[in-house]
Write a protein that binds this ligand. Structure first.
Ligand SMILES: C[S@@+](CC[C@H](N)C(=O)[O-])C[C@H]1O[C@@H](n2cnc3c(N)ncnc32)[C@H](O)[C@@H]1O
Ligand code: SF4
Ligand code: SF4
Length: 323
């Protein structure tokens, strides 16, 4: 939103167009605010945030990841469109594309960009994608591109192979400034939180950085952080926020994330993978994992829709700033 207003100021020749964009964003905001109020009051039970898994195929094999290349099937275009329609009918208005690697998805001559455009035409209010950033980035229609950067070069590469330089090159060459770094913090990269914040502040195509703590699937449980390590990471994030780093998370959720004391799962979130709908995440099928959940969005959404006033106020400010 703030970005739109700044652009409106500098690009007066496009003022009509940009004014239209701002009106559109305000109407989306009004819709989401109404949903929030009705949910908090218990009058609304439908989900608002949905994720479609395009494929689990991936060009990387990151150390912390348990969901890549299990089938390596690329789901067909018609199936994905039907899944998007299903989510829309259920009430979902914030759509994420995820994988595997989303930029590897191609079907019937269609690409990820076609899916983002069609999602907007279908009526989704916010359309985001998650990517490992190793492919060229030309996706101006997405509201946010969550691009995984797991630390400074040595730590990122220790987790994700020798990809750091390529990713930074792709971010620099991206055609729009809608990138948000996405960092999963674990035992390997826990001391690189500040450097990712600093880089997000510095790079012109990067709007913000968003964090998660490692969620310990059985095969990666050695990467989980202790309570003390999580507290130190939150301290680092807060310090960087005070210095002006653009962090797309809600600091009121930090104590709950450190103690894993937030409610799970998130009933306002759903995931669709190959026709199978799951509440909250694919990980809901892993026994005992929700108690150890590290996903910040789960804490933020469950506390928000549970009526936590501080969280509501912070969410309003954060969304207006970065989307
Ligand atoms: C599964 S990946 C799919 C999209 C894309 N391939 C990527 O890496 O961004 C989505 C996000 O989940 C994160 N992730 C994977 N395993 C995780 C885990 N066990 N706990 C927390 N985040 C995890 C990744 O770091 C990435 O940011
Ligand atoms: S790039 Fe994403 S999907 Fe691929 S292995 Fe890494 S985290 Fe998993
Ligand atoms: S609460 Fe459970 S289902 Fe939801 S993201 Fe966390 S581990 Fe996955």
């Amino acid at each position: 939103m703030v970005y739109d207003i700044i652009k409106l100021y500098y690009l007066k020749e496009y003022s009509f167009l940009l004014f239209g964009v701002i009106l559109l964003k305000l109407s989306s905001f009004a819709y989401l605010a109404k949903y929030g109020v009705k949910t908090v009051l218990g009058m609304q039970k439908t989900p608002i945030l949905g994720t479609v898994i395009l494929t689990d195929k991936c060009n990387l094999h990151c150390k912390h990841c348990s969901v890549n290349n299990l089938t390596a099937v690329v789901h067909p275009y018609r199936q994905i469109i039907n899944e998007m329609k299903q989510l829309y009918i259920m009430g979902v208005r914030i759509l994420f594309f995820c994988g595997g690697e989303t930029f590897m998805w191609q079907s019937e001559g269609k690409t990820l960009r076609d899916l983002v455009i069609e999602a907007k035409q279908m009526g989704f209010l916010i359309v985001n994608t998650v990517t490992n950033g190793t492919f060229p980035i030309d996706l101006p229609e997405a509201d946010l591109i969550l691009l995984s950067l797991d630390g400074d070069k040595p730590r990122h590469n220790a987790i994700r192979g020798d990809t750091y330089d390529k990713i930074i090159q792709n971010v620099n060459n991206a055609t729009y400034d809608n990138i948000c770094f996405y960092m999963a913090i674990n035992k390997i990269n826990k001391s690189a939180v500040k450097s990712v914040c600093a880089l997000a502040k510095k790079m012109k195509n990067v709007r913000a950085v968003s964090f998660n703590f490692h969620t310990p699937y059985p095969d990666t449980k050695e990467l989980a952080l202790t309570k003390m390590e999580k507290a130190k990471c939150c301290k680092d994030i807060l310090e960087m926020m005070k210095k002006g780093a653009p962090v797309f998370n809600l600091k009121s959720a930090f104590p709950y994330l450190i103690n894993n004391s937030f409610p799970t799962p998130c009933k306002q979130c759903v995931v669709m993978e190959n026709g199978k709908l799951s509440v909250c995440g694919r990980c809901i099928h892993e026994k005992g994992l929700c108690e150890k959940c590290g996903y910040f969005f789960v804490a933020e959404y469950t506390l928000l829709f549970g009526g936590n006033i501080k969280m509501i106020a912070e969410m309003l400010m954060t969304y207006l700033k970065y989307i």
